[in-house]
Unconditional design. Structure first.
Length: 186
């Protein structure tokens, strides 16, 4: 098994520098936290479309599921926002392309968050939950589209610019070997 899989090095934190709210060197906190709000906001758009246009027998269930999903996404967006802001504050060199891209990402995600909060308030004040009302459906679809655009900017930061991505350069893990290499070792 050891010749086919390497389990421990990716999960170890020994040898990684702790950076507070930013996470550990090579294991930042913000990127993995983004998955839940992004997926939630996309799903609520889908659920509301199904609720609005789909069969009446399932409409209320999809609207209720969308309510649960958007609330869950909003809850997880709190630490996501905090860690993202801390990344921006502590590691973004001003007046660079990465800084401008981070600003665009942050602006879009702040708008998404405000629209999500409005959406939640509207949902909780809807007396008829037999299907998604038109305005809430439009708002949910707008949130789904905007979160996709905002996530694309965040993805560009990590994958195009390597923002807050720490590698070992010419890491020995890429060399043919039967030995696992741990963070901080060569």
């Amino acid at each position: 098994m050891a010749r086919l899989f390497s389990w421990k090095p990716a999960l170890t934190y020994r040898g990684r520098q702790f950076k507070g709210l930013r996470g550990w060197a090579g294991k930042p906190l913000h990127p993995p936290l983004t998955d839940i709000p992004v997926a939630s906001y996309f799903l609520v758009g889908c659920f509301d479309i199904i609720s609005f246009f789909g069969p009446e027998s399932a409409a209320g269930d999809f609207f209720q599921a969308g309510t649960f999903v958007i609330i869950a996404g909003a809850i997880v967006s709190l630490p996501t926002t905090l860690t993202g802001f801390w990344d921006w504050l502590k590691s973004t060199a001003p007046h660079t392309q990465a800084w401008r891209t981070a600003n665009s990402h942050m602006a879009i995600m702040v708008i998404v968050t405000l629209l999500v909060l409005i959406n939640i308030v509207m949902r909780l004040n809807t007396s008829d939950s037999t299907s998604a009302p038109g305005l809430i459906t439009i708002l949910s679809v707008l949130v789904a589209l905007l979160v996709g655009v905002g996530a694309a900017y965040g993805g560009s930061l990590a994958f195009d610019y390597g923002f807050n991505v720490e590698t070992a350069g010419d890491s020995p893990v890429w060399h043919e070997s039967e030995e696992d290499v741990y963070p901080g070792s060569r």
